[in-house]
Design a protein around this ligand. Structure first.
Ligand code: UDP
Ligand code: MG
Length: 341
């Protein structure tokens, strides 16, 4: 990579973040003054219901480095990142949250490790999760352990988020993946290539509030495990096998006892135990089958991961993709846009 002539895309998913966008833009442009190469800030609006889009359009009109990929509705952060990766033009892409929880100063270190040491992926590791609640820390820790035990080839680095630098080679590989279940942390790890972690302290969210509650996080974790491991499916054959051995032993015991001591009809408790235990084991295993079948259902429907409303760029922007419809914004266009609201 030419040290002075590289191009970086900052990929910024946005969902109802009108309080954060301007301070994010100010902070990032101030920090990236230091780097030699060029960059674009590619916002992906994931169906915000507030005025995030208007704020971004105003930035586009002012600064030709800013662009917007606007999705037709809220598809979730993973889909927004997928959209951003497909429309990013950088030699490297850095997904970064708009809430300033991913410190922009770290970008400079990412770029250094990428240019100097030639890593294809440089990710940030959260060393200090004290900003998270104890329950979140506990569940996050458990997730990384369970995920890495269940997937024997794909290992996601513990406490690494989406904030990372990804080289074009890796992005091209990821963009070829046809699957609809986009658990990006897993996909990044699955792609392989050389990677390097840089520790950092994750600050609190500056403005607004987190878009993820525990129920969303649970489903996110389930998506991750089910799309990268078939162990939950296979484990039932083993559980079934062990239970069959235990049941056979018990059968031999009951039959011998009846033959030797005669039948005095007790056994209600043991019968109930067997029925309830086996019933619940069967329900759990059917539930797990359901998790996989529902994901197969989603995959075979073959719907796109996201739908574009449009792409907005500054009329002076040098970057263009051609194959998608793009709207060019100039200062006047942004104003008329706004007055139409
Ligand atoms: N986000 C998104 N779509 C969603 C939820 C979140 O694009 O459905 C974006 C959000 O705007 C932010 C990033 O994903 O830029 C991370 O979200 P958040 O800060 O709420 O997550 P947390 O830091 O609490 O894990
Ligand atoms: Mg956040």
């Amino acid at each position: 990579m030419d040290r002075n002539n590289y191009f970086i895309t900052l990929l910024v998913p946005v969902y109802n973040e009108h309080e954060s966008i301007n301070s994010f833009y100010d902070e990032v442009t101030r920090t990236l003054h230091e780097i030699e190469g060029h960059y674009e800030i590619l916002f992906v609006n994931d169906g915000s219901k507030d005025d995030s889009v208007q704020i971004i359009k105003k930035l586009i009109a002012r600064d030709s480095r800013v662009a917007l990929v606007n999705l037709s509705r809220n598809f979730g952060k993973e889909a927004a990142m997928t959209a951003g990766l497909r429309h990013a033009s950088g030699d490297a892409v850095i997904p970064i949250d708009v809430d300033l929880q991913d410190p922009p100063e770290l970008i400079i270190e990412f770029v250094k490790a990428w240019l100097d040491k030639g890593y294809d992926m440089v990710y940030g590791i959260r060393v200090d999760r004290s900003q998270d609640t104890p329950l979140k820390r506990l569940t996050a820790g458990a997730f990384y352990r369970v995920f890495n035990v269940m997937t024997n080839k794909v290992h996601i680095p513990v406490n690494a988020g989406d904030f990372r630098l990804i080289d074009r080679r890796v992005i091209d590989a990821i963009n070829q993946l046809p699957e609809r279940n986009r658990f990006m942390k897993g996909i990044f790890a699955w792609a392989g290539f050389s990677s390097y972690g840089i520790p950092y302290e994750r600050p609190e969210r500056h403005e607004g509030s987190s878009k993820f509650n525990y129920w969303k996080l649970w489903n996110f974790a389930l998506d991750g495990i089910v799309s990268f491991s078939s162990m939950p499916l296979r484990i039932w054959s083993y559980i079934g096998g062990v239970l069959a051995v235990i049941a056979s032993c018990y059968m031999v015991y009951i039959i011998s006892k009846t033959l030797i001591l005669g039948n005095n009809v007790p056994g209600y408790a043991s019968t109930m135990c067997a029925i309830l235990f086996l019933g619940s084991v069967q329900l759990i295993s059917i539930g797990i089958l359901g998790e996989y079948v529902s994901r197969i259902f989603i995959e075979v429907k073959n719907r796109p991961v996201y739908i574009l409303e449009n792409i907005y760029r500054n009329s002076k922007s040098s970057v263009s993709h051609g194959e998608t419809k793009e709207v060019e914004l100039s200062e006047e266009a942004a104003d008329t846009n706004e007055s139409r609201q």
